[in-house]
Design a protein around this ligand. Structure first.
Ligand SMILES: Cc1cc2nc3c(=O)[nH]c(=O)nc-3n(C[C@H](O)[C@H](O)[C@H](O)COP(=O)(O)OP(=O)(O)OC[C@H]3O[C@@H](n4cnc5c(N)ncnc54)[C@H](O)[C@@H]3O)c2cc1C
Length: 462
């Protein structure tokens, strides 16, 4: 006799595990199905958490090497690479074990293995049948491949292989100047690799504010990054421990050869639905392979919903989590909702880049009249004291109503600072609301306040 559940969630990444916990909090009987050995999905096992552990450790190493002496601290830094990877593994284990604990605490039943939908309200995990009122697809995403380049996870790696290299490469070539490529490129640049980034577009960080991206590129160049923009990699040949890449102008033209010790393919991610039985279950996908959902996360098949990387929208852990919560509340008869206009995005480099809301390019394209207020960290007392003055805050507000439509930051702690803008925007706040909020001195947050003041041309310190 199959066990009966209110909700069965396939995949325990940030979307699935958060949805499970919220469903349980709301009194639903919940099962989760996970084929990976540990919970937490891409994010905890091969994404957000291991990359941030390596970014943290390598940033401290770079600080010790380059900035300690000028502060009067005498220290010698050396990298024990195996131990550094052990530090990363501890971060993974600590976080994934936390989910085991949360599942137990919330009485979530765990099924280990690949789940397949075999009918309305029916999921099969190996030979084990599960009966359930609702099915949630939370199977996430996988690495996007590049034609002509075979990933072997040794010399030619995806982000997964880049998080588990055996040594620091002499020359790391990163294909793709998006968030993942620049974060992992930063890790190895700090540890001593020469890093070259090859990008098809004529800019880095596609989708982020262009002014921020241009400034950030210059900062990375100062850190030793080389960029080949408007260029495409068309072939990779491995010989004698090296990889020879054929690189052409994006618009076409003569190819040049770039030799690398390791190549990181970071050209994006694609939704993952292999083996789920979606066609048989009548679950439609769009042209990009994403599961189609309506505003309530319902798919084209009754009783089946989907959340996270496997559906439309930014592939971000916090977006998946918020969808998990909203869906749990909808399934429990409440009014769950995600505000897609206020989803922050962060690049965890040094300095960090963070954004929420619309970019200047998006506002211009939509014909929205806006005013921009900008404030440089060079004029912020705390940043000056810390000698971390690279970057700025930019606040974009509606020219008529003063409502804040977007905030873009490149600079120290940008990934933390962005949340005061997110909270403001969630409440529909204006630049003046932000500018009139008392900010503690001396803090980096004062730069956010000053940028809000600058919207009305009245920043004090610049
Ligand atoms: C290197 C890297 C760094 C990243 N850094 C960040 C970051 O800093 N911040 C951020 O917000 N996002 C980051 N991301 C993106 C983030 O990891 C994803 O957006 C997030 O994990 C998506 O969550 P999800 O629950 O939709 O899917 P996933 O986390 O992909 O989880 C899906 C789970 O489903 C399981 N599964 C799939 N099919 C089946 C099946 N048939 N049966 C059982 N189980 C199945 C998989 O094993 C997996 O565990 C990063 C990604 C990468 C690769």
């Amino acid at each position: 006799m199959a066990e009966q559940f209110d909700v069965t969630i396939i995949g325990t990444g940030p979307g699935g595990y958060v949805c499970a916990i919220r469903c349980a909090q709301l009194g639903l009987k919940v099962a989760v199905v996970e084929k990976r050995a540990s919970h937490g999905g891409t994010c905890l096992n091969i994404g957000c958490i291991p990359s941030k552990a390596l970014l943290h450790a390598s940033e401290l190493y770079a600080e010790t090497k380059h900035n300690f002496a000028k502060m009067g601290i005498v220290a010698e830094a050396r990298v024990d690479f195996a131990k550094l990877m052990g530090f990363k593994q501890e971060a993974i284990d600590g976080n994934t074990k936390g989910i085991d604990f949360l599942f137990k605490k919330n009485k979530v039943t765990v099924f280990r293995g690949a789940g397949r939908i075999v009918g309305r309200g029916k999921v099969l995990v190996g030979e084990q049948p599960i009966e359930t009122r609702n099915i949630v697809i939370a199977t996430g995403s996988d690495v996007a491949k590049l034609k002509g380049i075979d990933i072997d996870e040794e010399q030619i790696v995806s982000s997964t292989g880049a998080l588990a290299l055996k040594k620091v490469p002499g020359h790391l070539v990163v294909i793709g100047a998006g968030v993942i490529g620049l974060e992992l490129g930063s890790v190895y640049a700090r540890l001593g690799a020469k890093v070259t980034v090859i990008e098809y577009l004529d800019r880095i960080l596609p989708g982020m504010d262009l002014e921020v991206a241009k400034n950030f590129q210059r900062m990375l160049q100062k850190q030793g990054f080389s960029f080949k923009l408007a260029s495409k990699v068309t072939a990779a040949a491995k010989a004698e421990g090296k990889v020879a890449l054929a690189v052409e102008p994006a618009a076409g033209g003569a190819a040049e050869q770039v030799e690398a010790d390791t190549v990181l393919v970071a050209v994006g991610r694609v939704p993952y639905t292999d083996g789920l039985g979606l066609d048989e279950a009548g679950v439609k996908r769009d042209a990009k392979g994403r599961v189609e959902v309506d505003d309530h996360f319902r798919t084209s098949a009754a009783g089946i919903c989907a959340i996270g990387d496997v559906i439309r929208g930014p592939m971000l852990a916090h977006k998946a989590e918020d969808e998990g919560i909203a869906l749990a509340e909808i399934l429990a008869g409440q009014a769950g909702h995600v505000n897609y206009d206020v989803i922050p995005g962060v690049v965890y480099t040094a300095p960090e880049v963070a954004a929420v809301g619309k970019t200047e390019e998006e506002l211009r394209a939509a014909g929205v009249e806006y005013r921009a207020g900008k404030f440089p960290f060079l004029a912020n007392g705390r940043a000056k004291a810390n000698q971390t003055t690279d970057g700025f805050v930019k606040v974009l507000a509606d020219a008529r109503t003063d409502r804040v439509l977007g905030v873009h930051i490149v600079g120290p702690m940008a990934g933390e600072l962005i949340h005061e803008a997110a909270v403001l925007m969630e409440f529909g706040g204006s630049a003046e609301d932000l500018a009139r909020t008392c900010h503690a001195h001396p803090t980096l947050s004062e730069a956010v306040k000053e940028a809000a003041l600058a919207v009305a041309g009245r920043a004090i310190h610049s």
